[in-house]
Design a protein around this ligand. Sequence first.
Ligand code: DGJ
Length: 699
Amino acid sequence: MIKKNGTVYRLNTPNTTLVLQADTAQILYYGARLPAGDAFAAVAPLGRRFFSAPGTNDYTECSVIVEHADGSFASQFLFSRAKTYTEKPVLPDLPSSYGEGRSLELKYTDPVTRVSLYIQYTVFEDSDVIAVSSRVVNGSKKPVRLRRLMSLQCDLIGTEQEVVTFNGTWARERHKTSRQVGRGIFINDSKGGSSSHERNPFLLIKGKEVYGFNLVYSGNHKEVAECGESGRMRVLTGLNDYLFDWTLAPGESFYAPEAVMACAPDEDALSARMHAFVAEHIVRGKWKKRERPVLFNNWEGTYFDFNAEKIEEMARAAAALGAELFVLDDGWFGHRNDDTSSLGDWFDNVEKTGGGLAALAERVRAQGLSFGIWVEPEMISEDSELYRARPNFAMKIPGREPFRMRNQLMLNMADERVQNYVVRAVTDVLSRSGAAYVKWDYNRSMTDCFGKGIAGGEYFHRYMLGLYRVLFKLQKRFPAVLFEGCAGGGGRFDLGMLCFFPQIWTSDDTDARERIAIQEGTSYAYPQSAMGAHVSACPNHQTGNSNPMAARFNVACGGVLGYELDPCALTEGERAEIAEQIAFYKEHRRLLQFGQQYRLEGENAAGFITVARDGTAVAVVNALHYSPAEPPVTVRFKGLEPSAVYEVRLCGSERTCTATGALLMQADIPVPLPDAVQTMRENSGCLRSAMFLLKRVRA
Ligand code: DGJ
């Protein structure tokens, strides 16, 4: 709901209120919902009249920098008008949130150059989230250069805020990292062309309340938290201005990617709001709310070393265990037997696929499974027919030796001819294989950013616009196909990708012990239905650790379940255990994939509880370490109704108890875990895990 009082706009969601002073471009209040009736004069800041930009006396990091034709940088964006919309205006060429949401657009114009800045807020009441986007229109008679345009600027009261980001690297993504900024400036960003393994665009600010900010974008991003002498913390989120320089001819516009923000009393409530928003307003299409299939992927089972017989045998074994989808990973095309060749040659390796992809897909489907396929369409190997025919399709700087990662170069997706080639290539793979699922991989970052005729300062963003153009086309052409994003694991886990790919491979690290922190970090901003989570073989290929099969499954139940191993190599006991796991998962799949998930934490304990509307819940508690005579592992459940009564069953046993939601959430409940010494003896380390099934027996 949007209410106006003079130039003060009040944006209400059921639980939050954002108050904007349109003429001074100030956020007067953002926090828990306020009762009606306030005029907000009490909180109006003194002094500043302009939107923050160079040329004003606001020296805090600003959200827009325009270089005018005469070389000057000063802009005074004065309030010009406000407009409300009942429907959310479309953001051209970029992925963005959708659905019912009233919008407010504020316009500011520089009186000297007539360059205008538009800021648009959309209120998503069902999830307590506000989406913000901005655009600059060059109303002057000369070209201008846009040197920065952030999507969102939010000045929060109070400097005693903790800044939380989700950092990592390959196989160690999105580990929660907190720090106090004090009076100073903190920047979280990515510069390698993608949202990155290292620094996810999601940012939490924790003070008296918890604020969450995210960006609907998959390229270079930047988040700034700065505490100035004003006693406020300014938060900026948006496109990274690193090497950014965009020329706007007279009359042209530039749209910044959409940002989103939410505010809540604690981290759990904030995550619940972000999850609801992603599930309802970001993920779209047939798979939005549809249960996701249990898949088997051959990557860790075979790597590049397979043939059609092996794949058919694996598919048969997977089907016998209850799998629904078989995914043929890297190595089926060109002459690819390792990572040195064939990217770009999306034609069948007839020998390895036993006569072609169509035939192999049929052999998989004959086992009663759907067929899924791996592609990495944005890349090119120098040893490929594509490279030999079209070396100019590769991203390279003339006269320089290109920087190689995983032996590969990238395609220049900023070029429309390359985009069209990628659309044709992927269309062809999908059409001839009849694939129901695509794993879209991306295994390196950008280095040699160059395309003939593309200004260097525009390159990163033009690449993203090119990629999005391709994805918009494919999404339209293949509405029934389930796409899973991947970037060497979770290097592009962001809201931009989730607009096209309902799920994303969370990390290449499939060790359950490592996955706990990775999935937990990811869960702050993204729902479990977005997280691909697989059970893999032991010893684990990334770490050498061995963990109990039950623990590997329990951890994978925190996301969309899959198996990444050779099912033909399993013992009879393991086969029986996996068949039971898959049957359990299918029985509770709607709850596990679409229920409300909360993180569970404690001394030496980490896990989650996923709660369905009907009061059924599955909880997983993991203990990571063991030392003799350690205190017992306990848990406090979350998300239950305090006054309802629940029956709690320890899965894999007959052990049950009954308790009120209040007791289960307020008392330290001892967790019966497998014997530590035996776990240690049979595995490496001591990951012990318990799963509980909770049923509401009295409301
Ligand atoms: C990286 C992915 O994250 C893996 O799962 C696998 O698909 C490989 N690429 C294949 O090259």
